[in-house]
Design a binder for this molecule. Structure first.
Ligand SMILES: Nc1ncnc2c1ncn2[C@@H]1O[C@H](COP(=O)(O)OP(=O)(O)OP(=O)(O)O)[C@@H](O)[C@H]1O
Length: 331
């Protein structure tokens, strides 16, 4: 789904590479944590996947496309297959929850009736049923991130990129967000998440790709945040082995036991109830060209957009609108 072949990125002549000869292969449906110190190249990796940046060496392939050969006019189409979630949520402050999510469909030209049915389904899935009319400032941080995830997922992208999605949230709220990302991943969506959050990584036990000054220094399945042997009291010890070919090494890590906060719990319960309701319904007709089998908990994707649509990509539109609103405020 995402392949980096000997990828390097040098931003400025003479500067050290932000990425240096990176080769990583992410399969369809995988969940990968990208970890590493500040400045190690995580965001650069994500920007290359989105083709916001181009490599100075090597090749990036996304969903079968060689991005170096992708003409500029096809970039919006590439980005429509990728949802993005940021640390600072980037919601449009003057739009309601419903409008924020609907906006992502409007900018790619989805018909109004599709938007009317799809948005409530996705909001229910993320546990925000009943909060459609609220403005972002009337929501908790965790709820705002749920809106951002709903916006990123509403068009059922093949890939979800998340850049520090829990960076502004407390540990218990973060856990709720991770459950949501995990649920989305289980529908077949490939998730790549850059993070500094060691508790989350240790709890989730997914593949971990660690960058250090632009190079991959570790690529392990079922892995923990750091390459350390645990020095904490061990709870529910689980031996974790390195990925094949990287020199097997057993690491024992503690399971973090966290109970969700009431607000998050409420959202969790709503999402679980939506899942249960959806599971008891007969499956709806598939209306997409996607090759993944959706879980019952997740609403059916919106109808494919008309061929030749000139709609811009969601990320750029959202960021532009964001800038416009901020500029208006500062004026
Ligand atoms: N647009 C840019 N122009 C010049 N240098 C850049 C640019 N973006 C990133 N860099 C440099 O590239 C290196 C990698 O940065 P990047 O943002 O990818 O790291 P990161 O791991 O995401 O860091 P953080 O965890 O702090 O977000 C850093 O040295 C950074 O200063």
């Amino acid at each position: 789904m995402i392949r980096f072949e000997n990828v390097s990125k040098v931003y400025a002549r003479g500067a050290r590479p932000a990425l240096d000869d990176v080769s990583v292969d992410v399969s369809r449906g995988e969940f990968v944590f990208l970890v590493g110190a500040s400045g190690s190249g995580k965001s650069t990796f994500l920007r290359l996947v989105l083709r916001e940046e181009r490599p100075t060496g090597g090749s990036v392939y996304v969903a079968g496309r060689d991005l170096s050969r992708l003409s500029s006019w096809k970039v919006p189409s590439l980005r429509r297959s990728i949802g993005v979630v940021f640390q600072d949520f980037r919601l449009l402050p003057n739009k309601t929850v419903h409008e924020n999510v609907a906006f992502a469909l409007q900018v790619i030209g989805k018909p109004r009736h599709t938007i009317r049915t799809t948005v409530p389904e996705v909001l229910e899935m993320v546990g925000l049923d009943g909060k459609e009319k609220r403005l972002p400032h009337e929501l908790s941080g965790g709820e705002q991130q749920r809106v951002a995830i709903a916006r990123a997922f509403v068009n059922r992208p093949q890939i979800l990129l998340a850049d520090e999605p829990t960076g502004n949230l407390d540990p218990t709220t973060s856990l709720g967000i991770m459950r949501l990302l995990d649920r989305i991943n289980r529908t077949g969506t490939t998730v790549v998440m850059a993070t500094h959050d060691d508790e989350i990584v240790n709890e989730m036990r997914k593949r971990v790709v660690e960058l250090s000054t632009g190079s991959v220094v570790r690529d392990e399945v079922d892995a923990v945040y750091g390459e350390r042997e645990s020095i904490l009291p061990l709870v529910g010890q689980t031996p974790v082995l390195d990925a094949p070919g990287r020199g097997a090494r057993a690491v024992v890590v503690p399971r973090v036991q966290v109970s969700p906060e009431p607000a998050d719990l409420e959202a969790e319960r709503a999402a679980e109830a939506a899942a249960a309701r959806a599971a008891s319904q007969p499956p709806a007709a598939q209306t997409t060209t996607e090759q993944v089998t959706p879980e019952p908990a997740v609403p059916e994707p919106a109808a494919p957009e008309p061929a030749g649509s000139s709609a811009d990509d969601v990320v750029q539109q959202v960021l532009r609108e964001h800038e416009r609103v901020r500029a208006g405020r500062e004026a």
